[in-house]
Write a protein that binds this ligand. Structure first.
Ligand code: HEM
Ligand SMILES: *[C@@H]1O[C@H](CO)[C@@H](O)[C@H](O)[C@H]1NC(C)=O
Ligand SMILES: *[C@@H]1O[C@H](CO)[C@@H](O)[C@H](O)[C@H]1NC(C)=O
Ligand SMILES: *[C@@H]1O[C@H](CO)[C@@H](O)[C@H](O)[C@H]1NC(C)=O
Ligand SMILES: *[C@@H]1O[C@H](CO)[C@@H](O)[C@H](O)[C@H]1NC(C)=O
Length: 321
């Protein structure tokens, strides 16, 4: 009897997509309840990106981190409380910012259609908008995610570190239902933005007992990075390097740089040195339209990771209701 009940509960949860990576989200989810949702988010993102050109990169990375930790449930937006240190205050928080932009969109949405549009859906729409306005592809964002109630700083340990090897990268993506093509396409997110020295400096100082710099990096690029980050652990809060030569433009230059040994992170270069990922990098470097199509398809898959279709729509993205 108890076993039967457990089985039914399990099947019900399963049918709501609680354990499923491929939830039944819908591009038209808010068509009846909040038809202005897309427009409000898009205007907010556009305006914020004009005031601060760092916004697009920060929002794109926010979406990735949100989806990789507890699924795309806006856990990254919850503030810490006296009892709980939240995800946003965990170790790789240094460049996940621009939360105010999401707050701004949420405030406008609460006025237009109260208690309707989830914070997780706002982040997903915003991530698409920043790609489009910086010159990248456009796609229909599937919606209908609900917001989670849990956010833990310790969970950020599940994010991939910039020194993982190709097998480890493939593995961390595979556990979220993302394949090798998704890994390479989504890493193309590094066409936007900047990294602090701390994330790559170990590649250019005392890399190993025999190599001062990472031998997979171009020597010219290694000197540039050494110049920007002269010390192993004391380069100031703002020192660092843009991730490709057109860091405000969403394009395929990231892949060209990786081929030239000018990928900023060990992970970028590791994918080029592995036979499973190298041909995909080469195909994206050659054909920007192919990269755009595959990036959009992989962003839709990323947006399905660990989605809750039952749960709440937060009133304030920083606090569970
Ligand atoms: C494949 C595994 C990945 C690793 C190891 C990784 C690692 C990193 C690191 C270490 C930084 C720099 C943080 C800092 O020092 O400021 C960074 C920046 C960034 N990442 Fe990734 N990342 C990965 C995948 C992704 C994905 C899938 C996306 C989005 C689709 C993404 C988007 C970005 C963006 C846009 C930035 C720049 C942020 C800014 O300028 O504020 N990354 N990443
Ligand atoms: C545009 O962005 C700026 C800077 O964040 C903000 O002060 C202003 O209120 C925004 N305007 C609109 C119409 O959203
Ligand atoms: C970022 O994380 C570090 C390490 O957990 C923490 O000490 C710091 O307060 C956090 N910073 C911000 C701005 O949240
Ligand atoms: C990748 O790293 C893991 C963990 O350190 C290690 O076991 C594995 O051998 C490495 N794989 C390659 C191909 O270097
Ligand atoms: C470089 O690494 C070696 C051992 O791996 C260590 O003894 C030495 O202090 C390091 N040098 C610097 C500048 O960190």
């Amino acid at each position: 009897m108890a076993a039967q009940a457990t089985r039914i509960v399990f099947l019900v949860l399963l049918s709501f997509g609680v354990f499923s990576c491929y939830a039944a989200l819908d591009a038209h989810y808010y068509d009846q309840t909040c038809p202005q949702a897309e427009f409000i988010v898009s205007q907010t993102i556009r305006n914020a990106s004009i005031f601060d050109p760092k916004v697009p990169a920060r929002i794109l990375r926010m979406f990735f981190h949100d989806c990789f930790v507890r699924g795309c449930d806006a856990s990254i937006l919850l503030d810490s409380t006296p009892e709980n240190k939240a995800e946003k205050d965990g170790p790789p928080n240094i460049s996940v910012r621009a939360f105010y932009v999401i707050d701004d969109a949420k405030a406008k949405l609460e006025k237009a259609c109260p208690h309707t549009v989830s914070c997780a859906d706002i982040v997903a729409m915003a991530a698409r908008n920043v790609v489009t306005i910086t010159g990248g592809p456009n796609w229909n964002v599937l919606k209908g995610r609900k917001d989670g109630r849990v956010s833990k700083a310790s969970d950020t340990a599940n994010l991939p570190a910039p020194f993982l090897n190709a097998s480890q990268l493939i593995q961390t993506f595979a556990t979220r239902g993302l394949d090798i093509k998704d890994l390479v396409a989504l890493s193309g997110g590094h066409t936007l933005g900047f990294s602090h020295c701390s994330s790559f400096v170990a590649r250019v100082h005392n890399f190993s007992t025999i190599h001062e710099t990472d031998p997979s990096m171009s020597t010219e690029f290694a000197s540039l990075l050494k110049n920007k980050c002269p010390s192993l652990n004391n380069n100031g809060d703002n020192a660092g390097q843009v991730l490709d030569t057109t860091a405000a433009q969403f394009d395929n230059d990231y892949y060209k740089q990786v081929i030239a040994g000018k990928g900023v992170f060990g992970t970028d270069q590791a994918m080029y040195n592995d036979q499973r990922t190298r041909p995909i990098i080469e195909s994206f470097a050659k054909d920007q339209n192919l990269f755009f199509r595959e990036f959009a398809a992989s962003m839709i898959k990323l947006g399905n990771v660990g989605v809750n279709e039952v749960g709440e729509v937060r009133l304030n993205c920083r606090r569970a209701n």
